[in-house]
Design a protein. Sequence first.
Length: 471
Amino acid sequence: MAYKRTEISERDIQRQLDICKRIKERNDGLYSSPLAMVDTYGCQQNEADSEKIRGYLREMGYSFTQNEEEADVIVINTCAVREHAEMRILGNVGALNHTKKKNPNQIIALCGCMVQQEHMAEKIKRSFRLVDLVFGTHELWRFPELLEQVMSDRKKRVFAIRDMEGVIAEGLPHARDSGIKAWLSVMYGCNNFCTYCVVPYVRGRERSRLPEDILAEAKALVEGGCKDITLLGQNVNSYGRDLGMGMDFADLLRQINDIPGEFLIRFMTSHPKDATEKLFRTMAECEKCARHIHLPVQSGSAGILKAMNRVYTPEQYMALVDLARELMPDLVITTDIIVGFPGETQEDFEDTLRLVERVRFDAAFTFIYSKRSGTPAAKMPDPVTREEKQERFDRLLALQNAISGEKHAAYVGKVMKVLVDDVSEDERCDFRGRTNGGRLVHIKGEDAALGEFADVKITGSSTWALFGELV
Ligand code: SF4
C-alpha cells in the first residue's frame, strides 16, 4: 500500500536534543532534582515508545518516580485497543486533579493511541483542563519542543496531533527498563484493517526501519549485555515490503542471528496471512531464534474471520500450525482470541472452541469484543447480549486454562535452560526467568545470576507458570 514516508532528519532530532539541554539548564535553576513519571498503558509498542520518552526526559535531567504526588512532569502513554483501557485512563487522569491542586507547576501530558483519535483529543481539550500537553503517535519525536512550549507559557495548552501516514524517526535516546531484555521496533503501523481494530487509524501505514539501523541497535544491545531481544511490529511478517530491497522479515531474522554473542531473538506480532514456510524454516535454522511464536487467530469460525477481514480460514490457520510444529516440534504457540464479535452465533463460537481444542495453544489472550468508533465492525449489527458473551468468554477461558495447565505439567521433571531476568515475587522462590519458549519459571536457588542463562529442573507447574530448582 503506497504511503508518504516521512524520515525525520538527523538535524531535526539534534534540535530536539538541544532543547533537552535547554530544559536541563532551566530545571537546574529551579529544582534540586527534577522528577518525572511515565505511565504506560497497552502493548509492547507503547512500552518501547515510553522508553524513548524516558530517554528524552533523562536528557533533560529528570530522574523517575512512580509517585504522581512528587512528579514535576507526568506523561501518560495511552492505549485505544479496548473501551475498558480508555475508561481506566480517563479515570486515572481525572484523579490527578488532587496532585495538580497541590502542585500547580506540575505538567501533565498525554500521548499515544487514545489521543491520536480526534474525538478523544477533543474530549481531553473540553473536559480535562488539568492536561497541559497532548501529542499524537506521529509527534513523539517532537516531545522536547512541545514540552518547552508548555514551559514557556503555562497559560497555554499544547495539542499536537497530526494524521500522518508514515513517520520514521531514528536516533532518539532510549531509557530502557531492563539491561537484560529489550524491545526493538523493526516497523510501525499496520495496513491490514481488521474490521474491529483501531490501530491502522492511529498508527498509520506500515513502514519498515532500514535494516542497517535495526542491526546497529541490535549489535549495541548485545554488546551492552542484553540477552533477550524482542523485535516489535504490529505485523512483523510484512517487514521490508515497503523498502523495495527484496528483503523480508525472515532475512532480517537471519542477519540478527549472525550477530556474535549468546542471546535470544523473539518477535511479535505475526499476522497468520503473512506467516510463511520460509519464516518457519528460518526460525528452525537460527539457533538464537526463540522457539515461540505469537500467532493471533482471533476466531475459529470461517464466517467471523471473513467479517473480521482476517484474510485466512480456520483450515489455513491450522495448516500453518501443523507446518510450524513439523519444523519445530518444541515450538510454543500463543494466540489472541476475540469472543462476541458482532454477529457471532453459538455455532461460530463452538467453531472457536473446536479450533482451540485442535491446536492446543500453550496460552491464549482472550477478550470480549470491544466496539471501537470509526471501525467497520462498530456499524455491524450486534444482537448477542453482554451476558451471553461473558458466558462464552468464561467457557473459552476454562478450556484454555485446562490446556495451559496440561502443557505446563508436561515440563515437570525436565531440565530447562532459563534466562534469569528478575527476582521472584513468589516468596518460596528466589528468582524468575523465561524459557526459550517464553514460559515463566520461578526458581529456587540463591546462586542464580541475573542476566545469565541457568539450567533449572522443573519440579512443579500451574496454569500460568513453572517452578523449579537451579541445577
Ligand atoms: S493486524 Fe489487524 S488486529 Fe493487528 S494491528 Fe493490524 S489491524 Fe489491528
